[in-house]
Design a protein around this ligand. Structure first.
Ligand SMILES: Cc1ncc(COP(=O)(O)O)c(C=O)c1O
Length: 358
């Protein structure tokens, strides 16, 4: 299908055309004439697919056998609940609050255990992170939680955080956008609907050592260890979403893996930030070291033009640029599947719009 549009949605988000073509093949015939949406998660064909998709992800992100890889339902938000349920030992839980998602995660955790807010960026409207020396890290937290990329605010922490407690990270909107050293983390999770496919499946990469400490009294559906023991097939798996993720893993590998994704993502985000910074008409509020490679919010210097900007962008085939309702302004989400061509088209549109309205 040839569509002359670019989809800047924050998620569900753009999927590569070649992946959509393969999905269509699977919709037609995945196994002996049956569509992917008709097959059992326990069928031989799907189990083989599931196994191979796990090994593709292990390969892509260099995940060792010391980790389990889970394909779960419930979204990233469900993990906000499961993480404290599974790993709090009635001590304190450290949360770094750098945007809407880590804030929400800390609120969920506080229903279950004592939460220590290590640092809270709400005082700067989630545009910066306080100096590490000022963080209030607990001596003996059950775990340390942070969100690597705050999708709403466009704030990204580019390197892993060093902590003595187990490190847990929400990577929903940054996973596979660059290489990561999985060994620095005890648990990584990500809803698939940004860089790894569509809504309905959530990927959890968890160190087996951490799993061994899960409270046995938890009901199986809420217990990461039970999901791992059943190879993510404790109940009916999200077959179609899992299938799409498997195809996206292969697509990333074909492009040159996460190293190549990183090269292109850095290029794309640099192009857009450089344009915004020199424009005099647009502005991005995030402190430079924390600017996201994936979600780029920006405002217009003149009031009352947002609706006009959005409708003109849409007429030019540039869709879903409206900022999150809590932040306003615009946001361009430029995940792995957004080609450089999309950024060029966006910049050229923004430039024309600015010249007309300056
Ligand atoms: C960083 C981050 N965490 C968590 C979530 C919540 O994901 P879900 O809607 O899959 O629960 C989102 C959704 O956009 C997100 O961007």
């Amino acid at each position: 299908m040839s569509k002359d549009i670019f989809n800047f949605s924050a998620g569900p988000a753009v999927i590569p055309d070649s992946v959509i073509d393969t999905i269509n093949l699977g919709l037609d015939d995945f196994d002996r004439g049956m569509s992917i949406i008709e097959v059992s998660h326990r069928s031989h064909a799907f189990k083989e697919f599931a196994k191979s998709s796990e090994s593709s992800l292990r390969n892509l992100l260099n995940i060792s056998e010391e980790y389990s890889v889970l394909f779960l339902q419930g979204g990233a938000t469900h993990q906000f609940a499961l993480i404290p349920m599974n790993f709090s030992k009635n001590g304190v839980l450290d949360y770094l609050v750098t945007g809407a998602w880590s804030k929400k995660a800390s609120e969920y955790a506080s229903k279950i255990s004592d939460v220590n807010i290590v640092s809270d960026s709400s005082s700067n409207n989630f545009t910066d992170v306080a100096d590490l020396n000022s963080w209030n890290i607990s001596d003996n937290a059950d775990f340390f939680f942070y969100c690597a990329n705050e999708t709403v605010h466009g704030l990204e922490i580019h390197d892993p955080i060093e902590t003595s407690s187990p490190l847990i990270c929400d990577m929903s909107s940054t996973i596979a956008s660059r290489p990561i050293d999985v060994n620095k983390y005890d648990l990584i999770f990500a809803g698939a609907q940004k860089n790894l496919g569509i809504a309905g499946v959530t990927i959890v990469i968890v160190k087996n050592k951490l799993l061994s400490g899960v409270k046995t009294e938890l009901l199986p559906m809420f217990n990461y260890s039970a999901h791992a023991n059943e190879a993510s097939m404790l109940n009916t798996s999200p077959v179609f979403s899992w299938y799409v993720s498997g195809l996206v893993f292969d697509w990333i590998q074909e492009q040159g893996g996460v190293e190549e994704m990183a090269r292109i993502n850095k290029l794309k985000s640099d192009m857009l930030y450089d344009y915004i910074d020199q424009s005099g008409f647009y502005a991005n509020p995030v402190s430079k070291p924390y600017r996201s490679w994936m979600n780029i919010p920006f405002t217009l210097s003149r009031d009352g033009l947002d609706d006009k900007f959005l409708s003109s962008a849409e007429e030019s085939g540039l869709l879903n640029l409206k900022g999150h309702r809590t932040v306003g302004g615009m946001r361009a989400s430029v995940y792995n599947a957004m080609p450089i061509e999309g950024i060029k088209r966006l910049i050229s549109f923004m430039d024309e719009f600015a010249k007309l309205h300056e």
